[in-house]
Design a binder for this molecule. Structure first.
Ligand code: NDP
Length: 303
């Protein structure tokens, strides 16, 4: 049974075009409910659920009937940082197979490019330089994946299928011991108090000289000065970064011009509104029917 009609608040920080695309997609996926935009005159006391993308802090504070918050983004670090978020209301994050596939593609591209020296060959073309480098087999490239969740597992699976020697780090293991001998580290951890700054000088020193870093999770995982120092000393050979402390990356940031840093504008896995809206609709249907909600965040753990 489909259950009662819900009053749903749609709130988030988007540009106008993005907001409209999401608004259409969400209402098309769950047309049986009443949808309200935050700039409309909605009655706060009637709102049952909120579908959000990093809403303005305080936006969900005074909704007395709120029973469920669905994030459109997979990472909920910014959402949970809102001290006014009602404590008793369950929060679901976005888990979408389309996004997971995109993340696996990005990781595969980055690992392949590092392994086969394609970033170096691109630079050589800019310099008009014809020079071949030795070629390794994929199984000679040990790759360490930090974060064995939805995305980390998919990435590990994709790289394993491609022949790489993949290891997944789990919290029960020493990170520095796990890093020994790994040529490439991919970060897919959630940002929490325990993981902030985890990509730091100690980790880089535990890797063999010339290792590479791929950060696809959050900018605050990385100690930027430690990365620059490790690249300068040759301890790290290259970094591929999709996420930054400040986004957009400021125009005068040293990463932009660094010859051994590849900058992506937070596109490793964009949320696809067509598939994500269906994920949201399934959870709203479960809420309306009193059934279990999917992909709930553990507020205590912070992800
Ligand atoms: P999940 O919650 O599914 O997985 C998180 C994993 O990290 C779990 O295996 C968890 O371990 C592990 N973990 C958490 N804390 C620690 C810790 N302190 N030590 C060791 N392991 C830890 O998240 P997803 O895979 O869906 O997403 C991961 C992150 O990717 C998101 O939080 C987001 O920041 C980022 N992201 C980036 C995108 C981009 O475009 N760049 C797009 C989407 C997401 P356990 O199993 O023990 O809980």
């Amino acid at each position: 049974m489909s259950g009662a009609k819900l009053n749903i608040l749609f709130a988030g920080r988007f540009d106008a075009k993005e907001r409209e695309v999401w608004w259409q997609a969400l209402r098309a996926a769950a047309p049986e409910h009443h949808w309200w935009r935050e700039d409309e005159a909605f009655v706060a006391a009637t709102i049952d659920a909120a579908v959000v993308a990093n809403p303005t802090p305080g936006a969900l504070a005074r909704l007395p009937r709120l029973r469920f918050i669905q994030s459109l983004w997979a990472g909920v670090d910014k959402l949970l940082a809102d001290a006014t978020l009602p404590l008793h209301v369950p929060i679901a994050r976005m888990v979408d197979p389309v996004m997971t596939a995109a993340m696996a593609e990005t990781a595969l591209w980055a690992v392949l490019s590092l392994h086969r020296g394609f970033f170096d060959y691109a630079q050589q073309q800019c310099d008009g330089q014809w020079q071949q480098h030795p070629q390794r087999r994929a199984d000679e490239v040990p790759v360490l994946v930090l974060g064995a969740g939805q995305l980390g597992s998919a990435v590990a699976g994709r790289l394993t299928a491609q022949g790489y020697a993949v290891k997944r780090w789990q919290r029960s293991q020493s990170l520095l011991a796990a890093a020994t001998g790994q040529h490439i580290v991919i970060n897919l951890l959630p940002l929490t108090d325990a993981t902030r700054g985890i990509l730091n000088a100690a980790l880089f020193a535990a890797l063999p000289p010339g290792a590479a870093l791929i950060n696809l999770a959050r900018g605050a995982h990385l100690v930027e000065a430690d990365l620059l120092a490790a690249l300068a000393s040759g301890q790290l050979s290259r970094a591929v970064l999709d996420v930054f402390h400040q986004e957009p990356l400021p125009a005068d940031h040293p990463f932009w011009q660094h010859p051994r840093i590849t900058v992506l504008p937070h596109v490793a896995a964009l949320t696809d509104e067509r598939s994500a809206a269906k994920v949201v609709a399934r959870n709203l249907q479960a809420l309306a029917a009193g059934q279990p909600l999917q992909h709930l965040v553990d507020r205590g753990r912070g992800y």
